[in-house]
Write a protein that binds this ligand. Structure first.
Ligand SMILES: C[S@@+](CC[C@H](N)C(=O)[O-])C[C@H]1O[C@@H](n2cnc3c(N)ncnc32)[C@H](O)[C@@H]1O
Length: 306
């Protein structure tokens, strides 16, 4: 892949409207069908099609402790230097892609890959054509057209949480990194909530339990990446054995329900709920605000042995 690649093919049309797809998934999940496997893929695909900039617009502006920023911190922690070849896996609206491209400079290149054509359209519209960026459609579990040992650095900003099984993604990461290349990712770390915020989130999750019980299947006792045994095993198995971690918090200041809805209304939590569930979620948020929620995230860094 280089700057002389032909322009990307037009995004194929969705088979169904994402609203209809989401409605069907919601009904199944409300009936208790576990939100895993292909049902989870359909859910995330529809949500990202409907609101491709949700992560960038709701998380990137939040103040992180110690001046942490969702994208700039990820790329500076990598660290990315001028001239490097970088891939941003699950690039969404391109926040991390652009932050990386500002560091590689014109001698380098950043390829943003996402499975959602809507996200790629959004990313292209937000990206200065002067930046050394290419956007490509692809599934990060199967990057068949990307040659082995292509990149100095792979990024995955807020993507790994939506992947059912990490091993295929990490296998591809290992394959496309040059020896010594880095993989840096950000994930949620709900196992690090402060007790007062766990109580807040518990009230929110209870609404999900009542209206969309399938969405909680297998999640209640799950440790955050990379601590769940299956995840730790996946990192080790593919050869990315040592994972450094930096836990950080992002402050969500919610004076009232409107502030709370600005964040929660665009989350997977609200998207999995039908109208009744969303109404109840708003009432819960109304009762629980004002509140400042410290949203725990985790930055991960590992490297393909050189
Ligand atoms: C929560 S959004 C994060 C977007 C962006 N990285 C950011 O931080 O703003 C997750 C993104 O990953 C993409 N994604 C999820 N699974 C994927 C897969 N298997 N292959 C490619 N993209 C995927 C989604 O389409 C979505 O745009």
């Amino acid at each position: 892949m280089d700057a002389h690649d032909p322009p990307p093919a037009a995004a194929p049309p969705l088979e169904r409207r994402p609203e209809d797809e989401l409605e069907e998934v919601r009904e199944l999940v409300a009936g208790g069908a576990p939100l895993t496997g292909s049902l989870a893929s359909r859910f995330y695909r529809a949500v990202h099609a409907l609101d491709p900039a949700a992560t960038e617009e709701s998380l990137a502006p939040l103040p992180g402790n110690r001046g942490v920023h969702l994208y700039e911190t990820l790329v500076s922690w990598a660290p990315i230097v001028p001239g490097e070849q970088v891939v941003d896996l699950g690039c969404g609206s391109g926040g991390a892609t652009r932050a990386a491209a500002r560091l590689t400079g014109p001698e380098g290149m950043v390829v943003g890959i996402d499975m959602s054509p809507e996200a790629l359209d959004e990313a292209r519209s937000r990206t200065d054509p002067e930046l050394p960026v290419l956007y490509r459609r692809g599934d990060v579990r199967r990057l068949g057209t990307v040659p082995d040992r292509t990149f100095d650095c792979a990024l995955a900003s807020m993507v790994l949480d939506t992947v059912d099984d990490l091993e295929p993604v990490l296998t591809e990461v290992f394959r496309i990194l040059r020896p010594g290349g880095r993989f840096v990712a950000s994930v949620t770390a709900f196992d690090r909530l402060r007790p007062i915020d766990a109580s807040f989130m518990g009230a929110v999750i209870a609404v999900v339990g009542r209206h969309a019980p399938g969405a909680l299947a297998g999640r209640a006792s799950r440790a955050s990446i990379p601590h769940e045994p299956a995840d730790a095993y996946a990192f080790r198995e593919v050869g990315l054995a040592t994972v450094e971690e930096q836990d950080v918090q992002f402050a969500v200041v919610m004076e009232d329900v409107e502030d709370a809805w600005a964040l929660f209304g665009r989350t997977y939590i609200a998207r999995v709920l039908g109208e009744e569930g969303r109404d109840e979620l708003r009432r819960v948020l109304e009762r629980r605000t004002p509140h400042t929620l410290y949203l725990p995230l985790r930055f991960l860094r590992t490297r393909r042995p050189g």
